[in-house]
Design a protein around this ligand. Structure first.
Ligand SMILES: *Cc1c(COP(=O)(O)O)cnc(C)c1O
Length: 400
């Protein structure tokens, strides 16, 4: 078997320089365990960035994939396929939205949402409205339109010009949103819990005001559920915590437990924005990924992973608060919703993150100070307890 250092050198030579990777080569993974090239086992609190929601190499999803592999993989969207239709119906049953467009990633799902919003105003309402308003600290993906929506200078640097038609306002500030509205404003696009931005759940009153303002001014309300959706926050979709009904929402990450799949869901009214031929994708909604996603939804529903995420997340945040109380100043805030959790340190967290990795815990550091936890929804409580103990030990060792 190839050694880790050799693969690392070959990766540096053969791959584009886009990722600063963790110093871990992964050989295999099962449930909430990852095994590296030397056979060392880690507790995985990241789940492939909120992707393997029902655990690595989930056997039921694996059985659905291998069964489908022998039946039908791909014929394109020129044909009717039962797996895709079933998936659209099952997704529709989880929310107020009744129509789906399938694609291959979160960014693509957001692209579809932006295109639908623009075309809805042009063709259905006969209005020249196209501008999408987003919030500071948001993240909507890396294609040019998704990057324009994300509007972070650091991510856009060197890639200008950005496509026009996007405007950003301060998150949490309803007056700023009101002041930003123009005749050309078409939609507000937001994450109910901002993920890459540092695990920031938006305020309930603010969210309700945004939805009400959209209704009053005739804008579409779009929720990006790519990270927060599919039971992670304790509800099927995070907007359901606040009784909101967005006209459009997007999903991806956990949808097919690691196979690439995204979807845009919308109401019957918003769906009028697309007509036959308006938008397309070669791979989107293929039978293989659809079969995997059907298995994922079945497991989430049967095992009530929404309720489990709510319960376990509440327990974990209380446990982290106990750690926080032991080290005043070292932890600034413990926040999140369900199993979408952030622990903001009072100092840059690279050393703490490295120490936790050495101790065998995989998690993510975002915004320099926020330890982000996105474990599988079926992770054992004991794994979260082990992490809490390791965090306690690490903070005791760390001088900052
Ligand atoms: C990850 C993410 C995206 C982008 O998804 P990709 O599959 O990487 O294109 C978009 N929005 C949110 C909220 C995300 O977390």
């Amino acid at each position: 078997m190839t050694a880790f250092t050799e693969i690392k050198d070959r990766a540096d030579a053969a791959l584009c320089r886009t990722y600063t990777r963790y110093p871990v080569g992964v050989r295999s993974a099962l449930g909430s365990r990852i095994r590296d090239f030397d056979g060392r086992e880690y507790i995985d609190l990241l789940a492939g960035i909120a992707v393997t929601g029902v655990g690595h190499c989930n056997p039921e999803v694996g059985a659905a994939i291998s069964g489908q592999l022998r039946k039908l993989v791909h014929v394109s969207n020129l044909f009717y396929q039962e797996e895709q239709v079933l998936l659209a119906e099952r997704l529709a049953a989880t929310s107020h939205c009744s129509r789906a467009f399938f694609c291959n990633s979160g960014a693509e799902a957001n692209e579809a949402a932006v295109k639908l919003a623009r075309r809805y105003f042009r063709k259905v309402r006969k209005q020249d409205r196209y501008e999408i308003i987003t919030l500071t600290h948001c993240f909507h993906g890396r294609t040019l339109a998704a990057l324009a929506a994300t509007a972070q200078e650091r991510l856009q640097d060197g890639f200008e010009p950005m496509p026009p038609g996007f405007r950003q306002v301060e998150s949490g500030n309803i007056s700023a949103l009101k002041a930003a509205l123009r005749p050309e404003s078409a939609a507000v696009l937001l994450e109910v819990v901002q993920g890459e931005g540092g695990v920031r759940p938006l305020d309930a009153d603010y969210l309700r005001s945004v939805a009400a303002l959209c209704r009053e001014k005739g804008l579409l309300f779009i929720a990006d559920e790519v990270q927060a959706g599919l039971c992670r926050t304790g509800k099927w979709w995070s907007f359901q915590h606040h009784g909101l009904e967005p006209d459009i929402f997007t999903t991806a990450k956990a949808l097919a437990n690691g196979l690439p799949m995204g979807a845009m869901l919308c109401t019957e009214e918003a769906a009028q924005g697309f007509d036959y031929g308006s938008h397309a994708t070669t791979f989107g909604g293929g039978a293989l990924c659809s079969a995997a996603a059907l298995a994922v939804l079945e497991i989430m529903k049967r095992d009530r992973l929404d309720e489990r995420a709510a319960r376990l997340g509440a327990w974990a945040r209380e446990r982290f608060a106990v750690v926080s109380a032991r080290f005043p100043g070292k932890i600034r805030e413990v926040r999140g919703l369900g199993l979408f959790m952030g622990i903001e340190l009072g100092f840059p967290g690279k050393a703490v993150w490295e120490r936790l990795l050495e101790k065998g815990f995989i998690l993510n550091l975002t915004q320099e100070r926020v330890l982000r936890l996105l474990p599988a929804l079926n992770i054992e409580e004991a794994d979260l307890e082990a992490f809490a103990a390791a965090l306690e030990e690490t903070l005791a060792e760390t001088g900052a």
